[in-house]
Design a protein around this ligand. Structure first.
Ligand SMILES: Cc1cc2nc3c(=O)[nH]c(=O)nc-3n(C[C@H](O)[C@H](O)[C@H](O)COP(=O)(O)OP(=O)(O)OC[C@H]3O[C@@H](n4cnc5c(N)ncnc54)[C@H](O)[C@@H]3O)c2cc1C
Length: 587
């Protein structure tokens, strides 16, 4: 098997970390119990392992092809996508009234992880469609919802997100695409968008582009952006795709990774577009789509980490090299017996499971916030999104790199597949807002804006877990001690940031990425610790011992080997700004 979906751990995270009892008590979700969720995930796992995982190597080797304005997907992709649609997988978390299955987000996150572990290039198409659905659900008119949601949720049409232009990447205030009102309710959209994922493909009947553009009298900068629906094929009154719109694919990029995912340059030449919501509110709406997509990009990181870990583990069991340092054998042994290879494997495993645990918790908070009216939970959920994106994407690169390292020289050679994971993972800290942009969001919008209130709530919840660990055995207490130290580092950094943010904004932002990594590492360690408490309770009740014992071992490793990095980040933040800001870069 190329990939074995970790359904047991995904279910563990849903049951114990995603606030399942609270989520499933909501009217929207009350018809599902954990056995329904288990059955859905088993079916999805089988689809991902059998139908999608074999595409990943072919897709990487052949790549998507471009010829005279048309994009052809690599062999096998169209057939697999047709199966994906037939089985209704796009619909998993979307509302029942538009044909969705209506499952909670934590289940959706588990599905996104498995699909992207199987093949990240394939997974990007449904991921962008999910974002477009989310944006339309929250901001589209009833007419727009009626026209677009059902085919998108069925997966017959796909969605794209068109922000980036040559001069406008992280800085969307520089978007220059124009939208001229035509007087009939539609707009003429003109401009060039670059790097548009699945901007052109031969998988779906239609592509619904969501495009940021400027109306003639719009103010300059980000406050003058509006969001438009631009269908690749205009939709007929009976709902079917009709005449082609003037959206042309000029080329696709040659990339380091995710080569089967077409990254298109799209030219809009007076294309017909329809305004979503109000003029000049486009960035606000796009943020809805971006938040959903940012969370999912973090989950892609977990998927690629799991795949890299499984490959490295299999290699470490197989590859025989060197006698053991303890003299236990006169012969060379499988490299998994060497302490340093075990260190790398455990680092890979604990970073992956930590990310998974954090994503499940965040998904649960997002659901509770979405269907409730508790502003504290809403703020906490929003606080967690950049952590999931920043931590899981950066750590995926680290995990995939360790996967290469465990393979030794063979890791650098393409046939083993370890190199592909590393290449694929490298985009994760870049798209949907680079790590620096996530850090700016965390520091500026989520931390300084409310004077640290949500950050303190986050810390207080961690302290509750520490109190539970303190009542446990020696391992639980050790995890609790490391967690308390890491939380202390976060609180010290928080106080420093709030203080310096007022007096010396450059010094604060010099530590923004260290703060993101500190908070992300802490959040992952916290959720693993919560998982360890749940695992011990289940063990005490006499449940499956090996899996649960491993959950505690992973949490303990994370606490002892990775949580201490929080103190290093704190030092960078509080002691390191001057050496960073005063440095010169001579011509
Ligand atoms: C494979 C791929 C797929 C993509 N898919 C899409 C898509 O579907 N739709 C879409 O619209 N775009 C897409 N993008 C574009 C992607 O979102 C941008 O590349 C990304 O947002 C970064 O913008 P940029 O490349 O212009 O880099 P820049 O914005 O030029 O950034 C360069 C560097 O400067 C840093 N930087 C910039 N501003 C700041 C700041 N304020 N503070 C601190 N550091 C800063 C960045 O962190 C980065 O390290 C895709 C890109 C790729 C490569």
């Amino acid at each position: 098997m190329l990939y074995q979906p970790p359904v047991q751990d995904l279910m563990f995270c849903i049951e114990h970390l995603s606030h399942w009892n609270e989520v499933s008590a909501r009217d929207q979700y009350s018809q599902f119990d954990l056995s329904d969720v288990g059955a859905v995930l088993e079916g999805y796992a089988q689809f991902c392992a059998e139908q999608i995982a074999p595409l990943s190597h072919i897709g990487d080797t052949l790549g998507a092809r471009f010829d005279k304005g048309r994009v052809t997907m690599p062999e096998g992709h169209a057939r697999a996508y047709a199966q994906f649609v037939e089985m209704g997988w796009q619909a998993l978390t979307h509302p029942v009234e538009y044909g969705g299955t209506g499952l909670p987000r934590a289940v959706g996150a588990a599905a996104v992880e498995m699909l992207n572990a199987a093949d990240m290039s394939f997974g990007l198409c449904p991921l962008l469609t999910d974002g477009a659905i989310e944006a339309l659900l929250l901001t589209g008119s009833d007419e727009q919802k009626a026209a677009y949601l059902e085919p998108l949720i069925a997966g017959r049409w796909s969605g794209t997100m068109n922000l980036t232009e040559p001069q406008a990447g992280s800085d969307l205030g520089r978007v220059a695409t124009k939208a001229l009102p035509r007087g009939d309710g539609s707009y003429g959209i003109s401009g060039t968008k670059i790097f548009i994922t699945y901007g052109a493909q031969d998988l779906t009947e239609n592509i619904i582009h969501l495009v940021l553009a400027r109306t003639p009298d719009a103010p300059a900068g980000p406050k003058g952006l509006s969001l438009f629906i631009v269908p690749q094929k205009l939709v007929e009154p009976d709902g079917t795709p009709g005449a082609g719109n003037s959206v042309n694919c000029l080329s696709i990029e040659h990339k380091l990774g995710v080569r089967a995912s077409p990254t298109a340059v799209l030219e809009y030449d007076d294309a017909t577009g329809f305004l979503i919501g109000n003029e000049n509110s486009g960035l606000e709406y796009m943020f809805i789509m971006m938040n959903a997509a940012r969370f999912s990009v973090g989950v892609q990181g977990i998927g690629i980490s799991e795949r890299a870990y499984q490959r490295a583990l299999a290699y470490a069991r197989d590859r025989v090299q060197s006698r053991p340092v303890n003299g236990g054998s006169k012969d060379a042994v499988p490299i998994i017996d060497h302490p340093d290879v075990r260190r790398m494997l455990m680092r890979m495993r604990s970073l992956t499971e930590g990310g998974r645990a954090m994503a499940a918790a965040t998904a649960g908070l997002l659901d509770i916030a979405h269907h409730g009216d508790d502003p504290e939970i809403g703020a906490l959920a929003e606080f967690m999104v950049p952590l999931v994106k920043g931590f899981c994407s950066e750590r995926a690169v680290e995990v995939a790199s360790l996967g290469v390292q465990i393979h030794g020289g063979m890791g650098f050679i393409e046939e083993t597949g370890a190199a592909q994971h590393y290449r694929d993972a490298r985009i994760l800290p870049i798209y949907e807002g680079t790590t620096a942009i996530q850090a700016n969001d965390l520091l500026g919008r989520k931390l300084m804006r409310d004077g640290g209130t949500t950050a303190r709530l986050f810390a207080a919840r961690i302290a509750e877990t520490e109190a539970k660990l303190a009542r446990g055995d020696a391992k639980a207490q050790s995890i609790g001690t490391s967690l308390a130290q890491a939380r202390g580092a976060f609180e010290a950094a928080l106080d420093w940031m709030l203080d310096n943010g007022r007096r010396d904004i450059d010094a604060a932002f010099a530590g923004s990425v260290p703060l993101l990594m500190l908070a992300g590492t802490l959040a992952a360690g916290w959720q693993l610790a919560k998982g360890a408490v749940a695992a011990q309770t289940a063990l005490d009740a006499g449940q499956d011992t090996q899996f649960l014992t491993q959950k505690i071992a992973t949490a303990l490793f994370f606490a002892q080997h990775i949580l201490p990095e929080c103190t290093t980040e704190q030092t960078r933040i509080m002691n390191g700004s001057a050496s960073l800001l005063d440095a010169a870069f001579p011509e």
